[in-house]
Design a protein around this ligand. Structure first.
Ligand SMILES: Cc1cc2nc3c(=O)[nH]c(=O)nc-3n(C[C@H](O)[C@H](O)[C@H](O)COP(=O)(O)OP(=O)(O)OC[C@H]3O[C@@H](n4cnc5c(N)ncnc54)[C@H](O)[C@@H]3O)c2cc1C
Length: 424
């Protein structure tokens, strides 16, 4: 049987490895760090903090749903209560327009603007509006003379879903394709019971049950062509042969690996693109602070807080609570210490405002000043990496930097699907 090497064991690498192993392929997966990559979690004083991934958007329309079904993964969904999602607006909280009811209740747009916003939603749903890859959503809104309040709301939504501080720069075609899918959903936001570690463990189970081998703490430093196939090498100079290779590591990491020249040239432009970054501040508090909301988005500072314990009691000790604050970052300002300090202050302010008393109840906290949410940000002038080289069918790419459907981890799952279908 021909051997397939998967380099990288994040959600993308694990998914493609499990899908191919389930089809009967001989799989060897190599990972440099912790299996799960940016979807791992960390337990501090009994509180479970996610490194990154926490929510699934539009799960009923997602590639993850197909993956769970196809591989019979044991995952329990915890669905978000839209009625508990709020936007902070003019100093008070109003319903977030996450679904039709939120739209009727929200004060973010009113009167004719509400009609206009609803019309934009309907047009997107009916595919009457598709946008253009050469026109940003910001320019599209100006071209179409969309009212200020409606424009602002359409961009705020994109900020939350694309984790970006510059939603106006998203290509309008990407914007409409994303919302066409999301507006159809009956499950706008969901969480996975026990956190994403559950999913990682399940993918690992399918892979090993089907004879796949996992090489942990194995950083691949070279991939060379050798007799109609490839030879992989790690830091200890240990070598492995493979007939085909899947690179499930970000383009910036691929650049550090000695790869055959055509691959190096192919990935180079993608390795220079900007990622989408966020500051993440997690707190574990006790006892629990009960509130009428579980999510608040502060649109002025582009920061939001989620009460993750509201959905999943298993992530904190009894009576404890995990609150996660995420602030979107502007790549150009990240190197300035004052900019990051300001973001930390906004995170604290948001908690002070909506969870008064949290400081006295603080048990543990964690700040990630620069977490990479998506390796290649959706913005004008940037594009995702194709899953295949045009002339070479023995090498493939998967990850949230690849072409696919949806956003964030959905790109990891959908690119894994593309490759597993092509190689079945
Ligand atoms: C703060 C934050 C919040 C997020 N929120 C969400 C969310 O709510 N919903 C959502 O869907 N997504 C979210 N994401 C995004 C999600 O976490 C990622 O899209 C997803 O985890 C990416 O998986 P991946 O496999 O594509 O990449 P990665 O997780 O980056 O995997 C790459 C893997 O390659 C390994 N590796 C690197 N170099 C080598 C080498 N040379 N040899 C061997 N192995 C190597 C690494 O150890 C890693 O395991 C969030 C991310 C962050 C940071």
């Amino acid at each position: 049987m021909e051997k397939i090497a998967v380099v990288g064991g994040g959600l993308a690498g694990l998914s493609v490895a499990a899908l191919l192993a389930d089809q009967g392929k001989e799989i060897h997966l190599y990972d440099a760090g912790l299996l799960g990559g940016r979807a791992t979690s960390q337990v501090l004083k009994g509180f479970t903090f996610n490194y990154g991934a926490h929510a699934v958007y539009g799960r009923d329309q997602s590639a993850l749903r197909s993956l769970i079904k196809q591989l019979k993964l044991n995952v329990t969904w915890l669905d978000f209560s839209s009625s508990k999602a709020k936007y902070e607006f003019a100093g008070h909280l109003t319903a977030a327009p996450a679904n039709a009811l939120g739209l009727l209740k929200t004060e973010l747009v009113e009167g004719t603007d509400k009609v206009r916003f609803t019309w934009e939603v309907v047009k997107t749903l009916l595919s009457l509006e598709r946008g253009e890859s050469e026109v940003s959503i910001g320019d599209w809104l100006v071209q179409e003379k969309v009212e200020d309040d409606v424009s602002r709301l359409m961009l705020d939504l994109a900020s939350s879903n694309f984790f970006t501080s510059e939603p106006e720069n998203i290509p309008s075609s990407v914007y409409f394709a994303y919302y066409r899918k999301l507006f159809r959903t009956r499950k706008p936001v969901s969480y996975i019971a026990g956190g994403w570690q559950t999913l990682i463990d399940e993918l690992e189970r399918v892979l090993t049950d089907n004879g796949g081998e996992i090489h942990r703490k194995t950083k691949i430093t070279a991939v060379e062509q050798s007799g109609g196939g490839y030879r992989l090498r790690d830091r200890q100079k240990k070598e492995w042969p493979a007939k085909r290779v899947i690179l499930a590591i970000p383009p910036r990491e691929m650049r550090k690996v000695a790869l055959p020249l055509p691959i190096q040239h192919f990935i180079e432009p993608y390795a220079q693109f900007e990622p989408a970054e966020a500051l993440v501040y997690d707190v574990g508090i006790s006892p629990y602070i009960d509130t009428p909301f579980s999510y608040v988005f502060d649109r002025d500072h582009q920061v939001f807080v989620t009460d993750l314990s509201h959905y999943d009691a298993s992530i904190s000790p009894k009576e404890g609570q995990v609150l996660q604050v995420v602030a979107y970052l502007d790549h150009k300002q990240i190197s300035q210490a004052t900019y990051i300090e300001e973001k930390v202050r906004h995170a604290h302010d948001l908690l002070d405002h909506h969870y008064p008393g949290w400081r006295d109840r603080l048990v543990t906290e964690r700040t990630m000043k620069r977490a990479i949410v998506q390796e290649i940000k959706w913005k004008m002038g940037q594009r995702p990496l194709p899953c295949f080289l045009e002339a070479d069918t023995s090498i493939a790419f998967v990850g949230d930097w690849c072409e696919g459907e949806g956003q964030l981890s959905e790109l990891s799952f959908s690119s894994a699907y593309t490759v597993s279908r092509e190689w079945q």
